[in-house]
Write a protein that binds this ligand. Structure first.
Ligand code: UD1
Length: 440
């Protein structure tokens, strides 16, 4: 046995050992046909923890975060904070962050490129230290993802903002609370503007704010540190600036997209899976659509049971800002509807290029036509295992789901995308009875 494999077995995380310089050396092998059965615990939300970690920069106290998943994106955000001078310790799923010694305000290009969410430190740096210089995150596979709404928000608050040689920079000068109308309810812009308003004088009102549950978690976290924010979860958020934010202990909300992905996995494999650690309200759009496809769903306290139906029904899906159907569940639904009875239509309204998984699903036999932002999916009862590639995080998840259904073996490359956002997905699926391995 190679040293790497021995290490991996000891640590129970086979998936990580193939990680080398950001590129996986081995592909995931999925032998389809098994129904998933059993219980799985949903991890803390990646998209909640990333802005919360950025918000730690606003505090000079010690912050304890519970329920933090072990994910690549969280390692990158830790690296960003450490570059700025933060001290971070991790034990199991607890992260202790101290930003009292932060003395730098620049995020270099090499780290910004690794993860778009690194831009979330800009609002916090401006608010607490009065200056920030953050390399543009750049586009990604699913779209160009500009930063204009973030920067317009900072400018409205009175920050001096400049765009120079691939960097966004800002100075506090006379920043003070103002009324901001977002052109689109951007999740990141809403979070960044909340953070940029937390430590400046006056009241900021953000209209047409994003309403995602992760924004409520950010508000709760900040308020426990001493901030005065209300309205998160609605489209109008009010932030009254305060002088200082202190330490706090906070438990992050469960990951609604990981939950949705396991629900879709149960549905596509006609399985029977119980998910622990979910907030039903956060996954309502996914529950409603899964019921339309015929899955039986039973809610129970902080758990949920999904029983797949032998006959998966076609349905139509349109991605929308929360509380609409999440764009982060669109690829997984595309996989599910590829094996439904009848024709389904998916409209992607959030990202302009989020159909990268379609050519890969076609390799497995799916019949999908794309017209701009619309996908027409003619359900087929048969998919065949194939060699496919994850082009981004959720595309990778969709291909795993298709592989779990398909006849024969699917070989999925570029697992590094999947590891960015799913904690131990390989082991969690294996525990539910999936037949998974790695390409030798
Ligand atoms: C967050 C999530 C991501 C999810 C997305 C939409 C995190 C870390 N990531 O990303 O998983 O897919 O919400 O639910 O929470 N836009 C602009 N200008 C801007 C900002 C955004 O045009 O300044 C556009 C984007 O290009 C995109 C749309 O707005 O087309 C939505 O983006 P946004 O809500 O900002 O997503 P993120 O915060 O990047």
């Amino acid at each position: 046995m190679e040293a790497g494999s021995r290490f991996a077995q000891r640590h129970g995380r086979l998936i990580n050992i193939f990680h080398y310089g950001g590129v996986y050396l081995q592909d995931l092998l999925i032998r389809g046909g098994n129904s998933l059965k059993g219980q799985v615990k949903i991890s803390g939300s990646k998209n909640a923890i990333l802005p919360i970690m950025a918000a730690c920069l606003l505090s000079d106290g010690e912050i304890i975060l519970n329920g933090v998943p072990d994910l690549e994106d969280i390692k990158v955000m830790s690296e960003v904070l450490e570059i700025l001078g933060a001290v971070i310790k991790r034990q199991d799923d607890v992260l202790v962050i101290n930003c009292s010694s932060v003395d730098a305000c620049e995020v270099p290009e090499y780290i910004s490129r690794k993860m778009r969410a690194s831009n979330l430190v800009m609002g916090a740096l401006l608010s607490r230290f009065g200056r920030a210089r953050v390399a543009y995150p750049g586009g990604c596979a699913i779209g160009s993802r500009p930063m204009d709404l973030h920067l317009k928000g900072f400018i409205n608050l009175g920050y001096e903002v400049a765009d120079e040689y691939g960097y966004m920079s800002g100075l506090k000068k006379n920043a003070a609370g103002k009324e901001i109308m977002l052109d689109f309810p951007s999740v990141g812009a809403t979070e960044n503007i909340i953070m940029a308003s937390a430590l400046i004088p006056g009241t900021t009102i953000i209209r047409n704010a994003a309403r995602e549950p992760e924004i409520i978690d950010l508000q709760n976290f900040l308020n426990r540190m001493g901030a005065k924010i209300r309205g998160a979860g609605l489209d109008c958020i009010r932030v009254e600036g305060v002088d200082r934010l202190g330490g706090v202990e906070h438990t992050v909300i469960p990951d609604r997209i990981e939950a949705g992905t396991f629900m879709a996995a149960a549905a596509i494999t006609r399985g029977d899976v119980y998910l622990e650690n979910v907030i039903h309200e956060h996954i309502q759009p996914t529950i409603a659509k899964l019921r339309e496809t015929g899955a039986e769903i039973i809610l129970n306290g902080s758990g949920i049971r999904i029983i797949g139906n032998k006959k998966i029904r076609a349905t139509d899906v349109k991605t929308m800002p929360y509380p609409g159907f999440p764009t982060d569940m669109q690829p997984q639904f595309m996989a599910l509807l590829s094996v439904a009875r009848g024709t389904s239509v998916i409209v992607e309204t959030i990202f302009e290029n989020r159909f990268m998984h379609v050519p890969e699903l076609r390799r497995m036999g799916a019949e999908i036509k794309i017209e701009g932002r619309v996908a027409i999916i003619k359900g087929k009862s048969h998919l065949e295992g194939a060699v496919v590639e994850a082009t981004d995080l959720r595309a990778g998840a969709a291909l795993i789901l298709a592989g779990l259904y398909a006849e024969g073996e699917t070989r999925l490359g570029h697992l590094e995308h999947v590891e960015r956002g799913y904690e131990n997905i390989h082991l969690k699926l294996k525990n539910l009875g999936a037949d998974l391995g790695f390409h030798p």
